[in-house]
Design a protein around this ligand. Structure first.
Ligand code: URP
Ligand code: ZN
Ligand code: ZN
Length: 467
């Protein structure tokens, strides 16, 4: 018989973990079987002692994003290859409509960057750089015809991606009508720009001032405002991106307790890194960790609160917000002026491992690990049950994870196109062992077998996560 039988592993899903064999036929999963119940005359893959999990879905990446006077340093080719090494078999990247541009032209540009270049499957959200009659109409067309069912708006970055409250409300009303999800960069960018101007006038130019001029209060305020605006838009589905701060999380939790369609993600950088230790590193070193929302103070409770939010599902998803820039010549654009440092951290390769470390540390269950990195992002963004689950009929995107292995993170071993690692020297208690995408083995025994062009565009349906 043709196909592949993955034998002897522990299949993990949001509802449990049990010994089972997984039968793959072509690009899809044919059956999940009791151990030993599969056909005898078939190629097998020994998964004994390993967790067998659905390929991870990173719902927030920015390959080749033009930003801060330069471009994110991973192309779709290098970034999706790095994703595959880390067990991520689907990314959802952000196509960009720049202010004044036709939305569909921005989308076409992203298709041109990605097509034929990806090692893993990919989908797009759409960043709306301008909300007007044309872009509101375009939202309907993208949902109906293009498989794009989520739109990111920015309360930050005036003059770049910023939308005012009226524009946000109109886009939310449109999303409420066509069933799509509004994703929000929730920081009060107008107030932040005042603080940046004042800091620079005082001669405060080091990277740590990036964080100090983007205080928690301005993330919490914008998060609350977005939640209220979504309420006015008749409970438009709202997804807060890259949430980093305790009080922003409290606003999300309050809305969720009220039964609202309000969701949030956090990212590994906020679970591990701090304003003092990373952004405050000596000299210009802190530029490596300039991202927005910024890293938060390690003297406050943010990281513990975020892990708690992941346990309680007030944080539904861990994405990376992968937006890498090299230190040389890219981060260095901000030498002498922190506000010119391109915002972003690369991490698409390390999300499974960094969240698994939370499992090893007793901060998260095995089931929540799988749910936050794979199942919920697939459900949230209309890819389920094709992605995010090991079940008959689903794509055979499967990762074997070795809980007895170890992963050392660093620039010498990573595959992202970055000249530094945000997690240099981190030791993880676990290791991605084998990665399968639609039945094709991309990684096994440390050897990479993937190729650019294997990854396909995934038109998405509407979210199946709404209350
Ligand atoms: O610093 C970040 N997050 N850069 C990427 C753009 C965004 O706001 O997600
Ligand atoms: Zn953002
Ligand atoms: Zn982002």
């Amino acid at each position: 018989m043709t196909g592949l039988l993955i034998c002897g592993g522990t299949v993990v899903s949001p509802t449990g973990a049990h010994l089972a064999d997984v039968l793959v036929d072509g690009e899809t999963i044919a059956a999940v079987l009791a151990p030993g119940a599969g056909p005898a005359d078939i190629e097998t893959l020994d998964a004994a002692g390993k967790y067998v999990i659905p390929g991870a879905v990173d719902a927030h990446t920015h390959m080749e994003l033009p930003f801060g006077g330069t471009f994110a340093s991973d192309t779709f080719e290098t970034g999706t290859r790095a994703a595959a090494f880390g067990g991520t078999t689907t990314i959802i990247d952000f196509a960009v409509q720049r202010t004044g541009e036709v939305v569909q032209d921005g989308l076409a540009a992203w298709h041109a960057k990605a097509a034929g270049n990806c090692h893993v499957d990919y989908a797009f959200h759409m960043i709306l750089g301008g909300v007007d009659e044309d872009s509101l109409k375009a939202m309907d067309q993208l949902v109906a015809d293009e498989g794009i069912t989520s739109f990111k708006l920015f309360m930050a970055y005036p003059g770049v991606f910023y939308s005012d409250d009226g524009q946000i409300l109109r886009a939310m009303q449109k999303a409420r009508d066509n069933g799509s999800v509004i994703m929000m960069h929730a920081e009060n960018g107008i107030a932040i720009d005042v603080l940046i101007g004042q800091a620079l006038a005082r001669g405060e130019t080091d990277p740590i001032h990036h964080g100090l001029t983007r205080p928690e209060a301005l993330e919490a305020e914008a998060t609350s405002r977005a939640i209220y605006l979504a309420e006015v838009a008749r409970d438009c589905p709202l997804y807060i991106g890259h949430l980093s701060a305790s009080r922003a999380l409290a606003a999300v939790a309050q809305a969720r307790d009220a039964g609202r369609n309000v969701f949030a993600e956090t990212c590994p950088q906020y679970l591990y890194l701090t304003l003092e230790d990373q952004l405050g590193a000596p000299g210009f070193e802190g530029a490596k960790w300039v991202c927005s929302t910024p890293l938060r103070s390690g003297h406050e409770n943010h990281r513990a609160d975020l892990w708690r939010g992941l346990r309680s599902n007030d944080l539904a998803v861990v994405s990376t917000d992968h937006c890498p820039f090299c230190f040389k010549e890219q981060k260095e654009l901000g030498l002498g002026d922190f506000s010119k440092i391109p915002n972003g951290i690369g991490g698409v390769e390390h999300r499974l491992d960094l969240v698994y470390q939370g499992v090893a540390d007793g901060k998260l269950s095995l089931q929540r690990w799988v749910e936050t990195i794979s199942t919920t992002p697939a459900r949230m963004f209309g890819l389920y049950p094709r992605k995010g689950v090991i079940a008959p009929g689903s794509d055979a995107d499967i990762v074997l994870y070795d809980p007895t292995g170890r992963t050392t993170i660093g620039v010498e071993t990573h595959h992202m196109n970055m000249d530094y690692s945000a997690y240099e020297g981190y030791e993880i208690a676990g290791r991605v062992d084998t990665v399968i995408s639609r039945g094709t083995v991309l990684l096994s025994g440390g050897a990479y077998h993937g190729r650019k062009g294997h990854g396909r565009y995934l038109p998405r349906g509407l979210s199946t996560y709404l209350v």
